[in-house]
Structure formats: C-alpha cells, structure tokens
Design a protein around this ligand. Structure first.
Ligand code: ZN
Ligand code: ZN
Length: 589
C-alpha cells in the first residue's frame, strides 16, 4: 500500500477541555468496529513493513517486500477481504468518530486497488524504487538498541538485489522526469550503506564476524543500486510517457486523495477567480500605501510592477538573524491572548507549545514545523521546531529573512502553531484514532491551517497593535494576500500542468508574474509539479471548503451563528475530510 498520507498524531488523552458535544455512548456495533480496526491495522503493517517502521511500528523491521506481481496480488487480496468485512457494519449505528474512520478506511482500500489496477505508477515512476530512506531511519532513530537495529538491517538487506530486479521487470515506458529523479535519489542514497553504516558499526558492540557479514551484504546492496541507476541511464525509451497525468487519472486521484465535495474543475475555477480577487485587493492596498513608503515618487502604471515594488519595500522589515527563534517564542503567548480575548476558540492552557531550535537531523531545511510523536510513541512531546540561521552567509540569511519578514512570520506562526496545526492536533487528540493517525485527510489538516490565517486577520489580528487590535494594518493584509496567492497558484499550476498541458514557460510566468515569487522558488515549484500530482492542491481545496462551509452556516444561522462554537465543533471530529464533517454538522450532531 502506498504511503499516501502520513500524519503523526499523538494519542494521549487530554483532560479539562470543555467539549462541545457530549461524548456519544458506543453501541455494540462500535465495539465490534473498534476490534476490526485494531486487526486491520496490524494486518496492514504485516504487508507494509517499511511503512510500519516509518510510523514507529518495528515488529517487521527485518523484512523488505520485493515489489513483484506476487506482492501486488497479496495487496489486492487484502483490499478485497477488508472491503468484504466492512460490509458487516451499519454506518448509522456507529459514532461519528467511527463513521469518519469507516470512510477513511474504505477510501484507502479503494485507492489502493485503483493504484494497482489503473494508475500503475509502479510501471512509469522509477523513483518509487528507493530503499535508502527506510534503511537510514533504522540507523538514525534510536528506538531500539543499536545492535538490534543493525541485526534487522542485516536481515533486511538480503532482499535488496531481488528488490531492484523486480523493479526493472515492472518498469515500462517511464517518464523522463521520474527516471532522472530515480537516478539522482538512488545514487544519493548510497552513502547510507557506506559512510552512515560504517559509523553505526563503529559505535556498536557487534563481533567482528558479524561486522564482516554486514559489510558484505551492504556491498551487494550498493552494487544493486548502482546497477539499477545504470540500467535506467541506458534504458532505451524513444517515446517516453508524459509526466502529465491527464484528465481521467487526475480526476480519480484527486477524488481519492483530497476527498473533497468539489470536483477538480470546480476547485480550479475557484482558484482562478480567487487569484483575480487577490490581485484587485493587492492593488488597492498598494495604492493606499504608496505615498507612505514612496513619498513624491509616482506609482508605476503597470499594476503588477507597483505591487511587486511595494512587497519588496515591506519585506525589508524583518528580525535580526540571531533573534529569529526569540521572535517566534514571543509571539505564541500573544496569539493565545488575542484568541481568548476575541473568543475564537478554546486553547487548552495545560498544553503549551514548546518552541525549540530544530534538531540537527532536520538542519538545512530552515523554517518552522510542528513535530508530534507518532501513533506508537504515546509519551513523546510535541515541538515547534525553528530553524537556526547560525553559520549562514550574509546574503542567504538576508534573502531568507525578507521572505519570512515581520508580517509573514506572524502568518507562519498562525499556520504552524496557534490556532493552526498545533491547535488542530490538540483537538484531534481528544478522540484518538489510529485510523486518522495513519490515514488522516491532508486537505483538512492543511486547509484548517490556511483557513486560520484569514480568520485571524479578519478578526483583527496584528502583532504591532497588541491584543486590543480590532483591524489588521494594510501592510499586514497586503503581505497576507501575497502569501495566500502561493497556495492559490499551486492549485492552478497543478491542475493546468497535469490536465491542460501548461508549458514550463507559462508556469514560470504564473509563479513569478502573477504570484510575485522569486525565480528560484518558481523553479523549485516546477520541478515539484513535474514529479507529483494532486498533492499541491490540498492547501487551497481544504481552505476553500472550510471557508465556504463557515459562510454557509453563518447565512443559515444568522445571529445564532457562534464562531467559537463552530471552530470547536469543526475540529472535534478529528482529521476527517471536510465534506464528511460538514455532513455530520448539518445533520444536527
Ligand atoms: Zn535586511
Ligand atoms: Zn501546513
């Protein structure tokens, strides 16, 4: 089964939260469904040992599945057996948590069958064959004694040559882009079996004989990887498949992956319209701010040039390189105070967020991210990792700080921490579900974070004005719109490239001219869209669905609409697709 959506959710229980809904009493049907879920997940790990290891379930660490016909048939049998067992459960008799779990499991099983029978990525995407990440985790994550991990590593290595032989048999008419990526990533991963492995062996207590055996197998693995890369380089392929997915496959992949109430065409149309609205608003703000920042200088006639110039001007305001983390730490309690004052959502004071410098193994990807413990690591902490700019050269640091300037940094904190990802996570943990920890809906999770950015600004949030702020400044809004253009244009890009044949040139125009991005950012995005499909749509789709739903309820309830209650109820279902949350909320639950 593909590692399609992985979200790490901590499953500890929180006390003292004023839940909106009274806990539903589980029925006999629920109890049976709970048992079924447990069994289902255990079987899932048995046929997907590498995936299991990546979420912290290490029972099958010594197994590498050879991706041949036999293993695909095994997966299809698993899908069929489980779709059959699920027919025994009556949806109407399940609690909301189990209902949404049911939808997620069913969707995942159908997605898997479709991927094997129709999408057939294992034929055209050689980059799907790469063992290094999984083996690297076994060396760097300290979940078991090193000697035990190395022993599993040794046993798992045995299947590597067969793994790459099966890969060669599977590959038919691959795309050029995925072939290049496969060569690059496979060769890049070799160091795991040389340098990294040697360092680990040095630290271990393995006897010399076992060290020698391990080295021997590692050599065979490296030879298999090099052989695969070489085979790809010389592969005769006169008429390679296009990396563009095409309308039919795209539509289906979108349905399985995003699980939206909208079709991809509808989302694309909405994104186009939203882009135009954002440009209008950005131009009006630029006009308003121009005399303040460029007194006496006439404004550019070209609208987009004027906006670009204003964005560049506002980006100069940023923190010093050494106070990046401090600035973030200071903002978190201010966000909480503002939310409490405005009654936007309940924030559990017993669960403060710990801000820390990002650990070494994450270094290099500067920025900020939330890391929460996996479903099998119940006692772990949740952290807000902040990248350090120490050691960066001056130009690189300056360009980074302009990107994450005074305004954008505030929006980033809203998105990643409060009331974005971190707050959503705290609510999801109230109804712990292993299913949602493994198959949680990414469009809902990202959509929520993007939704909160706008919600906070609409409520008047502005760090410069403190907790009594009632209206965000025009500067704040302008920079927010630029930020929002990114996810909007990601959707336009993804849909256009994969279903409408958008050229590289048109894509670069969209990103640099219409979304005001730097050349390097735009080039990176082009590379990403040529090797992924649909994923780039999850931010805008989730955001749009949540915002539309909120407005729908507001219109329906009029004066009776309560923002705080809406947010709390919305999050209480866990990381479920927005369309199901909407259904459950409208049904009066
Ligand atoms: Zn500067
Ligand atoms: Zn996010």
């Amino acid at each position: 089964m593909n590692k399609i959506i992985l979200i790490f959710i901590c499953v500890s229980i929180f006390y003292g939260m004023d839940t909106v809904r009274a806990k539903e009493a589980p029925s006999a049907m629920d109890k049976r469904f709970d048992k079924y879920k447990e069994q289902f997940v255990l079987e899932l790990w048995k046929i997907n040992p590498s995936w299991a290891g990546s979420v912290g379930y290490h029972k099958y660490d010594n197994v590498l599945v050879v991706p041949d016909n036999k293993s695909r048939e095994k997966e299809l049998a698993f899908v069929k057996a489980n779709l059959d067992s699920m027919k025994k459960f009556k949806l109407a008799e399940l609690t909301d948590v189990n209902k949404t779990d049911y939808y997620l499991v069913e969707n995942q099983l159908r997605y898997e069958a479709w991927s094997i029978k129709e999408l057939k990525q294992y034929e055209w995407d050689p980059s799907g064959y790469n063992i290094s990440g999984n083996f690297a985790d076994m060396l760097s994550n300290d979940y078991e004694p090193l000697d035990k991990r190395l022993h599993n590593f040794y046993e798992k290595l045995a299947a590597v040559p067969a793994y790459y032989e099966a890969a060669k048999k599977n590959i038919k008419n691959p795309t050029k882009e995925h072939t290049d990526l496969a060569i690059e990533q496979n060769l890049g991963g070799i160091q795991v079996f040389e340098k990294d492995l040697n360092e680990a062996i040095e630290k271990s207590n393995l006897p010399n004989k076992e060290r020698a055996l391990l080295n021997e197998r590692a050599k065979e693995a490296v030879a298999a990887i090099k052989g695969f890369a070489e085979w790809l380089k010389t592969l005769h392929n006169d008429n390679p498949r296009s990396f563009r997915l095409g309308n039919e496959l795209y539509k289906k992949k979108f349905a399985f992956e995003i699980q939206s109430g909208y079709t991809p065409e509808q989302i694309y149309e909405k994104a186009l319209k939203h882009k135009e609205e954002l440009h209008e608003k950005m131009y009006a703000l630029t006009k308003q701010l121009w005399p303040k920042y460029f007194p006496g200088i006439p404004m550019h006639e070209d609208r987009k040039r004027a906006i670009r110039k204003m964005i560049a001007m506002l980006s100069i305001r940023h923190v010093a390189p050494d106070s990046f983390q401090l600035a973030i730490e200071k903002q978190i309690p201010e966000l909480v105070a503002f939310i409490n004052k405005k009654n936007l959502i309940y924030i559990d004071p017993s669960k403060p967020l710990v801000v820390r410098k990002e650990p070494d193994y994450m270094a290099g990807v500067a920025g900020a991210s939330i890391s929460a413990p996996g479903p099998y690591d119940k006692n772990g902490n949740t952290y807000y990792n902040v990248g350090s700019l120490a050691g960066w050269d001056k130009d690189k640091a300056e360009s980074y700080l302009r990107e994450y300037n005074h305004y954008i940094l505030q929006i980033l904190n809203i998105h990643e921490a409060i009331p974005g990802h971190y707050t959503q996570l705290v609510y999801a943990n109230q109804s712990p579900s292993i299913i949602k920890a493994v198959f949680g809906n990414n469009a809902m999770i990202e959509g929520w974070a993007v939704y909160t950015e706008r919600m906070m600004l609409e409520s008047g949030y502005d760090g410069d004005q403190g907790i009594n702020s009632t209206e965000a400044s025009p500067e704040m809004w302008l920079m927010y719109y630029k930020w929002n253009l990114r996810s909007t244009c990601n959707t336009i890009l993804d849909y256009s490239v994969h279903t409408k044949n958008m050229s590289r040139e048109e894509a670069m125009h969209l990103l640099t001219e219409e979304a005001f991005q730097q050349q390097t950012e735009a080039e990176g995005k082009w590379k990403r869209v040529s090797v992924t499909q649909v994923q780039l749509c999850c931010y805008f789709t989730g955001y749009t669905e949540i915002y539309d739903f909120r407005e729908e309820l507001k219109n329906k309830l009029g004066d009776k609409f309560d923002m705080k209650q809406f947010h709390e109820q919305f999050l209480s279902y866990g990381s479920a697709p927005v369309k199901y949350i909407r259904q459950l909320m409208l049904s009066g639950k």
